[in-house]
Design a binder for this molecule. Structure first.
Ligand code: ADP
Ligand code: MG
Ligand code: MG
Length: 213
């Protein structure tokens, strides 16, 4: 099972990279409305580096935790920008709840995502409603925990939570930014979703296809 779980992590890193590639221009455009326009390229640098580091670790025989931890470090080292540091934290926190051997319980994954939400908030100081990725990460994490408590499989719980993430990302369009670079451009961003919230929703939906396969 260990090799299988590590290979699922690999497939997840792969689909993150592919999804970011597909949306790189769109993410850049979203970020250019109130930010500095680099969200697409930053996410692309990060996800490519993460995939490459994960592939190398997997090829060297590493288990799921190590594959994801190496990917997390590579993402934050190479992406640059606020979102790069935050994505490194997210993957790193989930990695801590996986093991190198055996199959993680769905609860462990939900706890990892909850820890990720907590670290992002403590590192970035954004709260709910500040128009950041936190506005997707928190409802996603809560929905995932709820479904898993209700004994759904990881794949079903993740899929339900991904739907919540999509709705939450769209809802950030109505918010006024209070954090990060977008704060300076306040009103310009009303009507447009937060780029980091939007990319997070795209990514969790893409991961859902891997977990349900
Ligand atoms: P940068 O802002 O450094 O150019 P990116 O453009 O890659 O980095 O990412 C911008 C996204 O990062 C925002 O849309 C937002 O979702 C997220 N973000 C920025 N600052 C914070 C913060 N303090 N807490 C949580 N998320 C943040
Ligand atoms: Mg930016
Ligand atoms: Mg930037």
């Amino acid at each position: 099972a260990s090799r299988e779980v590590a290979s699922t992590v690999q497939a997840v890193l792969n689909v993150i990279e592919t999804t970011v590639d597909l949306h790189v221009d769109e993410l850049g455009r979203l970020d250019s409305i109130a930010g500095d326009g680099d969200h697409g390229i930053g996410m692309q640098r990060g996800s490519r580096a993460a995939k490459a580091a994960g592939t190398a670790a997997f090829a060297a025989g590493a288990g799921a935790e190590t594959v994801l931890a190496q990917a997390a470090d590579a993402w934050s080292d190479r992406a640059g920008g606020t979102s790069g540091a935050l994505w490194g934290l997210i993957l790193g926190q989930v990695a801590l709840r996986l093991e190198d051997t055996g199959r993680p319980a769905p609860e462990a994954v939900a706890l990892g995502v909850a820890a990720a939400a907590k670290s992002v908030m403590s590192y970035g100081k954004a709260e709910l409603g500040d128009k950041t990725m936190v506005d997707v990460l928190v409802p996603f994490s809560e929905a995932l925990a709820r479904s898993i408590d209700g004994e759904e499989t990881l794949a079903d719980a993740w899929s339900a939570a991904a739907t919540v993430a999509t709705t939450a990302a769209a809802a950030t369009a109505d918010l006024m930014p209070r954090m990060g670079r977008a704060r300076a451009h306040g009103k310009n961003s009303v009507g447009t979703p937060d780029p980091g919230a939007y990319s997070l929703a795209l990514i969790v939906n893409a991961i859902s296809t891997v977990l349900s396969a």
